[in-house]
Design a protein around this ligand. Structure first.
Ligand SMILES: C[S@@+](CC[C@H](N)C(=O)[O-])C[C@H]1O[C@@H](n2cnc3c(N)ncnc32)[C@H](O)[C@@H]1O
Length: 279
């Protein structure tokens, strides 16, 4: 078997790297500044290799002149890996200890607003919707539930909007959930209207996009992992502001709250990265 041994780029030039980041920002609207630079370089190397570019400068010319390269680079930079009920134990724990508290605190206020920030192909917001519908059962009709899925990747958002899944993607879903919340369509399954009606998608950049407010729950899982510490801290502060008092914040299992935001949230379950905004 042959392995790729060539290093990409052939030489490191920080000025060329900075210039390339400026071009990426202008051409793709993708701001690389807060990304961990080592991660960024690894992702760029994929496209340099694919285009036989020896340097960032050479790749910059390709990016500016080659049809379709912008789309391919964006696809490479945005890591879209996701699945329905990713880390099912987190959903189970949140349903058991977070949701009862949230509902109790809300009392007569029957509006539940959720934000899935960096929702990729939609699996996360649909899982949240199913979790809420299961938890509330017949009471769901009494609530005005709205789940917003946002991402910077429009291709992902298009897939999310369709809500169509292959049987392979549903292998870990219980038969009960499959029968109740999905409808078989040809070889695939489509998310049932009951779920779809409470989930909405829109393009939004968590770094530079407009601030969003009034959420009871925010999921931002496996997104900030690619950002440097100071950007992470800034974003966690923004999420804090976006939450209602007593609202919940859920992170990815390899992400942690630290610095000033660490003191603003109460850890509800550290293992599952479930936090609550202190009153
Ligand atoms: C690995 S996926 C995580 C999906 C889902 N949250 C999960 O945990 O399964 C990361 C997603 O974050 C999105 N993303 C990256 N940077 C972003 C930004 N600045 N604003 C919004 N979304 C972003 C990517 O496009 C990608 O779809």
């Amino acid at each position: 078997m042959m392995f790729e041994t060539r290093t990409c780029p052939a030489y490191e030039d920080e000025k060329e790297f900075t210039d390339l980041k400026t071009i990426i920002k202008k051409k793709l609207g993708f701001n690389c500044d807060g990304y961990k630079q080592a991660h960024l370089k690894r992702r760029l190397a994929v496209r340099l290799r694919a285009n036989n570019s020896e340097s960032y400068k050479e790749y910059a010319m390709t990016l500016l002149n080659k049809d379709g390269e912008s789309e391919k680079l964006k696809e490479t930079l945005t890591v879209n890996v996701t699945e329905l009920f990713r880390n099912p134990e987190t959903y189970e724990k949140f349903s058991r200890i977070g949701l009862p508290e949230l509902i109790k605190t809300k009392g007569e206020n029957r509006t539940i607003k959720v934000w899935s920030a960096g929702c990729s192909n939609g699996e996360e917001p649909y899982s949240i919707a199913i979790m809420l519908l299961e938890f509330l059962g017949p009471r769901a009709n009494m609530y005005n539930i709205s789940i917003l899925g946002t991402d910077i990747d429009d291709d992902s958002l298009r897939i999310a909007q369709c809500g169509v899944y292959k049987p392979k993607q549903l292998e870990k879903i219980s038969k009960g959930r499959l029968d109740w919340f999905f409808i078989k369509k040809g070889d695939d399954y489509v998310v049932a209207d009951e779920v779809r009606n409470i989930v909405h998608f829109k393009h939004h950049d968590i770094i530079s996009g407009p601030r969003l407010y009034g959420f009871d729950i925010i999921f931002c899982r496996n997104v900030t992992i690619y950002f440097d510490k100071s950007l992470q801290d800034e974003l966690y502060m923004k999420f804090y502001d976006s939450l209602n008092e007593g609202g919940y914040f859920l992170m990815g299992k390899t992400e942690t709250l630290f610095g000033k935001t660490g003191g603003l949230f109460k850890p509800v379950d550290i293992n599952e990265r479930i936090y609550r905004k202190l009153r």
